[in-house]
Design a protein. Structure first.
Length: 321
């Protein structure tokens, strides 16, 4: 009996034996479908400082598809990161989109068995090397990964981020044009105080510092969900808020002047676009900026919160600012 109790005690420490559900894992051979999506009433000529280019609704029969909370572009490839530690790599050529690969993070906090171990919410991708930095909620940490998108190269859990909350942490992570990194706290629903933020002089995982504090004030009732840098160094912050019932989301873009991004600052800026109708009033969580033949393009992706009846929207806009 003693050996049985000892074995049982060991098994209870093994993920799955203690009753925790395995986080959904998208099959590497899952089929991803894309169909063109147009807002009710057709496309407007412009939305604030954006000109719509087009939008796709992505879907799959795999029950683990969705939950995309971060986005990056590299060459002809879009890289979507779910909040369960999985990358969906899509090649984009004109009006054609094709699945290139599905990659699951091997390294990271915990064992990777539960969603809490891989609550990946923000992403920076180096277009030259392919190295990525990921912001983790729950553990409030930043990890750096090799270009294979699996193997960790370093990590840091900055002391100030310990108090950012269990599910309200580093939702936005961006590398500025001068090499600094900015990470912004999501905050909780109904939070009226400015969000905490940290500014790093360089790569947070190797710089040896825990960042210098500053704050971000989103539009009233909104929370920051991602950020990206414009060619001139200004930062676009994607903000969202939700209503229920029925479940619907609003999404707006705020422009932060590059010269205002310094330690101790209170970051704020004008709303430059309301994306709510274009994004099908879905949960916009990822934003990326690219250059195409001299034009600045803004990409936005939604998180369907793993609800199969809700779409994953990938939209593209031309920046007019």
């Amino acid at each position: 009996m003693r050996w049985f109790l000892s074995l049982l005690a060991v098994l209870l420490l093994v993920p799955g034996w203690a009753g925790e559900a395995r986080l959904p894992v998208l099959s590497s051979d899952a089929t991803v479908r894309a169909r063109w999506l147009a807002p009710s009433g057709g496309w407007p000529r412009r939305i604030g400082l954006l000109e719509p280019v087009g939008a796709l609704s992505l879907s799959s029969d795999d029950h683990a598809f969705g939950g995309y909370s971060a986005l990056a572009l590299r060459g002809d490839e879009a890289v979507l990161l779910s909040d369960g530690g999985q990358f969906l790599r899509l090649s984009i050529a004109g009006r054609h989109l094709r699945k290139r690969a599905i990659v699951t993070l091997r390294d990271g906090p915990g064992t990777g068995w539960m969603k809490e171990d891989r609550d990946t919410e923000s992403l920076v991708l180096d277009r030259s090397s392919g190295v990525v930095w990921i912001g983790y909620e729950r553990v409030n940490a930043i990890w750096r990964y090799a270009a294979d998108l699996q193997h960790a190269l370093g990590s840091v859990a900055p002391r100030p981020m310990r108090y950012w909350g269990a599910n309200t942490g580093p939702e936005s992570l961006v590398r500025l044009n001068d090499g600094r990194f900015l990470v912004i706290q999501e905050g909780w629903r109904g939070m009226v105080e400015p969000r905490n933020a940290l500014l790093f002089d360089g790569d947070p995982t190797v710089s040896g510092d825990y960042g210098r504090p500053l704050h971000y004030r989103p539009p009233e009732g909104f929370a920051p969900s991602d950020a990206a840098v414009l060619p001139n160094g200004d930062v676009l912050v994607l903000n969202r808020r939700w209503h229920f019932p029925p479940l619907r989301f609003e999404s707006v873009l705020v422009r932060i002047a590059r010269d205002s991004i310094r330690p101790g600052a209170l970051l704020a800026g004008p709303v430059v676009a309301d994306l709510s109708p274009i994004m099908a009033r879905e949960n916009a969580e990822g934003i990326a900026v690219t250059m195409e033949r001299g034009a600045t393009m803004i990409w936005v992706v939604t998180d369907n919160d793993m609800s199969r009846w809700r779409p994953t929207v990938l939209a593209k806009f031309r920046w007019l600012g």
